[in-house]
Ligand binder design. Structure first.
Ligand SMILES: [Zn+2]
Length: 88
């Protein structure tokens, strides 16, 4: 079964929340769109896998085949234009 389809938005009292099976896995939200947004993020995260970074080999949580660099290396490559400065 597709792990992303295990998540659904449902009523929690008078509010909305994300459920995985019978368990609520998010805070409650007044607006349905907020719960839906949370559902998508939780589903993406559940579907992600630990992979080694193509640059430094550190294990990190990858969202898919397009996502092969750890957050540290991504930040470094994104800030390569700023190498002459110290960015902390
Ligand atoms: Zn890396």
């Amino acid at each position: 079964m597709d792990v992303q389809s295990e998540f659904r938005v449902g009523k929690a009292g008078q509010y909305w929340a994300v459920f995985r099976g019978a368990h609520r896995v998010s805070p409650t939200y007044v607006r349905h769109e907020e719960a839906e947004d949370r559902r998508q993020r939780l589903a993406r995260r559940a579907a992600s896998k630990m992979r080694p970074c193509i640059s430094c080999s550190a294990l990190f949580r990858s969202e898919g085949p397009h996502h092969r660099m750890c957050p540290g290396c991504r930040t470094k490559s994104a800030s390569a234009d700023w190498m002459s400065r110290e960015v902390l």
